[in-house]
Design a protein around this ligand. Structure first.
Ligand SMILES: NC(=O)c1ccc[n+]([C@@H]2O[C@H](COP(=O)([O-])OP(=O)(O)OC[C@H]3O[C@@H](n4cnc5c(N)ncnc54)[C@H](OP(=O)(O)O)[C@@H]3O)[C@@H](O)[C@H]2O)c1
Length: 281
């Protein structure tokens, strides 16, 4: 029997690339999206731009199941996700897995929550996954400070965070995309332990033999850095807002959802630091 065609939005990204790899290994037909230009010979990649809505209708043509995310850089995630959800509903998809973020459901009117509610009410079978802060931020967003100043520079205080490895988020998303056993449920996803940024710095120091430390900075200092790096002001403010929640301890709780869905423990900080050592050398 022909396996379902699965659309992955954000397929070149940290989570989407791992989902794509996993599904292809299982023999699924996978269609991936990019906002960049597409080579005419590449029949498995389609162009979409969620900021403008361009390409969404064609991307969902003939698709059975889909993974949706809102790319970083946009503070109004509802504006980007709603047209995808509406089109999935029009086309009668068998299932949508939507990734938002841990805490997204704290305020019913937040853009991420509005997208979740739209999917929940759409009549499409769905799962919502709400991951905590990714471990992979230390080899992507925060890498410059680590490599150039040997410092993790964040307004995070001494708060503990149950960071999750993005490879586990992708494994969960792939499992939920290809099974209907847990339909119509939302899952907060955390790692197996809550650690502070000093412990992250120690773990990176250990695998790299470099002296990496954590230094707390004022939110305004980070804001200037984000703006200088080209992030829009509203998205920079969104990041500072969620970092203030982190500092207050809202991202410390650990749950068993990854183990419940995958039947194995999530990866921990030591495993992540070991596997991504090359990034910081
Ligand atoms: N990082 C964290 O700690 C964390 C924690 C919880 C939740 N999240 C959520 O995770 C999501 C990000 O996931 P990720 O880190 O896997 O993403 P990512 O690595 O930043 O990749 C973003 C993806 O979006 C695509 N993209 C960029 N602009 C686009 C546009 N205008 N239209 C369509 N696609 C576009 C990119 O591909 P092209 O460049 O090829 O278009 C890329 O594949 C966000 O919604 C964030 O809120 C992140």
């Amino acid at each position: 029997m022909k396996k379902d065609l699965i659309l992955i939005v954000g397929a070149s990204g940290t989570v989407g690339s791992e989902i794509t790899k996993a599904l292809k290994l299982q023999g699924y037909q996978v269609r991936v999206t990019t906002s960049k230009s597409v080579n005419a010979n590449d029949k498995d990649t389609v162009h979409i731009n969620l900021a403008t809505g361009e390409g969404i209708k064609a991307a969902l043509d003939g698709v059975d199941r889909a993974f949706f995310l809102s790319p970083p850089g946009y503070a109004d995630q509802y504006r980007l996700l709603s047209p995808l959800i509406q089109e999935a509903k029009r086309k009668g998809l068998k299932k949508v897995v939507l990734m938002t973020a841990m805490g997204a459901n704290a305020v019913e009117t937040s853009p991420f929550r509005r997208a979740e509610l739209e999917l929940e009410k759409s009549g499409i079978n769905y799962n919502i996954i709400r991951p905590n802060w990714f471990l992979q931020n230390f080899n992507t967003f925060w890498i410059q400070g680590i490599k150039e100043q040997r410092k993790i520079l964040l307004p995070a205080g001494k708060a503990k965070v149950s960071f999750i490895d993005a490879r586990d988020i992708a494994a969960v998303a792939s499992t939920l995309l290809t099974s209907d056993n847990l339909n119509n449920r939302a899952f907060d996803l955390t790692g197996p332990e809550a650690v502070d940024h000093e412990q992250v710095a120690k773990a990176i120091s250990q695998v790299t033999n470099k002296n990496i430390s954590y230094q707390e900075i004022e939110p305004d200092v980070l804001r200037s850095g984000l703006l200088a790096a080209g992030l829009p002001a509203d998205y920079s403010d969104f990041l500072l807002m969620i970092l203030s929640f982190l500092k207050e301890g809202y991202n410390a709780s650990v749950n068993e959802n990854v183990k419940f869905i995958l039947g194995r423990e999530p990866k921990n900080l030591a495993q992540y630091a070991h596997d991504f050592k090359q990034s910081w050398l």
